[in-house]
Design a protein around this ligand. Structure first.
Ligand code: PEP
Length: 251
């Protein structure tokens, strides 16, 4: 049984005042929600304040990135231990904005996945192809490489803590969503790839969530698909009404 997982990525939006206000509204607006996991990823400077608001609620906290070293002279970075100390449970790794703006590659992301697991954080490994890769028919080879390298040396025992987010780069922040059928096909390919790398039982249990212009008007169709276990929502998570409707998807 794969429990639905709905997550919000606030990216570099909201400040302490507006972030705390949104977090309060989300806590109030989801009190009656059952049978699904909810998580939000505010920017680093907001984590402690948002953690206080989420304490005792069913909304969990995540970070948008981390570095793989435990500590040291790495100006501008945050370690797993630092994120755990402000109540984060999850961390996004390999988000397409990290890959394409900050040039993170699969090898670096793999080091982060290993460090997150070792530090007690649950990694959400974000993968997905560029438009030109899709048009060239390379979606599967790109996704296979992101998974194979991203999971190098990851122990099978850790898979209950791992989520994969399939986020086609051409659908992020563009208003273009993959159709539920297209997304489900790639999710099914991801599941088969993980079954080949590990086992069918591990891949059957692993949650694969979709990200890319998820909105109140497309969440129900996406969540109706067999292999779509949740959503990673950027723009649609920044307004309480929109994100609460997404959390309360019906399928
Ligand atoms: C994201 O930030 O992971 C994302 C999918 O953004 P958006 O929903 O805005 O496309």
């Amino acid at each position: 049984m794969r429990y639905p997982f709905i997550s919000g990525n606030w990216k570099m939006f909201l400040n302490k005042t507006s972030g705390v206000e949104l977090a309060k509204a989300l806590v109030n607006g989801t009190k009656d929600v059952k049978d699904r996991d909810i998580m939000i990823c505010p920017g680093f400077p907001l984590l402690s304040d948002v953690a206080e608001i989420l304490a005792g609620s069913q909304i969990q906290l995540g970070a948008q990135n981390m570095y793989y070293e435990k500590e040291g002279a790495f100006t501008g970075e945050a370690s797993a231990e630092m994120l755990m100390s402000v109540s984060c449970s999850y961390v996004l790794l390999g988000h397409s904005e990290r890959r394409h703006i900050f040039h993170e590659n699969n090898e670096l992301i793999n080091k982060k996945v290993l460090a997150a697991l070792q530090g007690g954080l649950k990694p959400i490994l974000c993968i997905g192809e560029l438009l030109e890769e899709r048009e060239a028919g390379n979606t599967e080879s790109v996704v296979r490489e992101q998974l194979t390298t991203g999971f190098t040396d990851v122990n099978a025992a850790h898979f209950s803590d791992i989520i994969v987010a399939y986020e086609p780069v051409w659908a992020i922040g563009t208003g273009k969503t993959a159709t539920p059928e297209d997304a489900d096909n790639v999710h099914s390919f991801i599941r088969k790839t993980v079954a080949g790398l590990y086992s069918k039982s591990i891949s059957d249990e692993m949650r694969i969530i979709y990200g890319g212009s998820v909105k109140p008007d497309n969440i129900d169709g996406l969540m109706a698909k067999e292999n779509i276990d949740g959503a990673l929502v950027g723009g649609g998570s920044l307004k309480q009404d929109s994100f609460i409707r997404i959390i309360k998807f019906e399928s």
